[in-house]
Ligand binder design. Structure first.
Ligand code: PEP
Length: 244
């Protein structure tokens, strides 16, 4: 009943020209019937990406946004600006933003509310670091992130991405058991918060997903899709999207 969602996060990669080239090369190979496929390039490449995918089922997302509509926020981009550019999704609270740009659960909460009001689909990232996992703090930490980041929010359009920090960009993927264990836990926490919507909210796994591990991850009951970093930059992404 939940539509699968495969999203690519390009981070700070690809110029506008490289963006156009990427879509020219990969779009013919994508078969996303029945699946949502979302690519999140840099702000600067959004318009090129929207144009390149206009006649396809591939959707475009941003990697961040500000929660205010406009004003003195140097270097920021608003939800309205993203909407006007044709963007449909937005990643919020990625661990790199939390670590390098001091994003907090509170700012994530404001952004998620604003995204939903603006009819952008938020992909809200949560996940523990290695130290927290080794100390057995994963569940408490993820619970706190969800409760605070999603405070006052009960909306079936939400997407939550479980991204253990120790698996991001490291080549170390969580085993499907580890990933499912936390995704199932997240659905339980969403059940307390969002009642019946928790069965409709999509939960993604992210962390070194590639063409070899996608099938096993997607076979897990509470994993409705994946958020892919490094492998989304390469032709591998076509194999991930078309996995069978
Ligand atoms: C990410 O940055 O969201 C991510 C999952 O990266 P990677 O796939 O490279 O681990």
């Amino acid at each position: 009943m939940r539509k699968e969602l495969i999203a690519g996060n390009w981070k700070m990669n690809k110029t506008c020209q490289q963006t156009r080239q990427y879509f020219e090369e990969m779009l013919p190979g994508i078969d996303c019937e029945g699946r949502d496929v979302v690519i999140c390039p840099t702000y600067l490449s959004l318009k090129d990406a929207v144009e390149a995918t206009a006649k396809t089922n591939v959707k475009i997302g941003a990697q961040n946004m500000h929660y205010e509509e406009s004003g003195a926020f140097t270097g920021e981009v608003s939800a309205e600006m993203l909407k006007e550019a044709g963007v449909q999704f937005v990643i919020i609270g990625h661990s790199e933003r939390r670590t390098y740009y001091a994003e907090t659960n509170e700012s994530v909460n404001k952004k998620v509310k604003k995204a939903l009001l603006s009819e952008l689909t938020p992909i809200v990232c949560v996940g523990e670091n290695l130290d927290q996992r080794q100390k057995g703090e994963t569940f408490d930490f993820v619970r706190e992130q969800i409760e605070k980041s999603l405070e006052g929010i009960n909306d079936e359009r939400l997407v939550v991405a479980y991204e253990p920090i120790w698996a991001i960009g490291t080549g170390v993927t969580a085993t499907s058991e580890q990933a499912e264990e936390v995704c199932e836990f997240i659905r339980g926490v969403l059940g307390e918060k969002c009642k019946e919507n928790s069965e409709k909210i999509r939960i993604l796994y992210g962390g070194s997903v590639n063409a070899s591990n996608i099938k096993e991850l997607m076979s897990c009951k509470d994993i409705d899709g994946v958020l892919v970093g490094g492998a989304s930059l390469k032709s591998d992404f076509v194999k991930i999207v078309n996995y069978e």
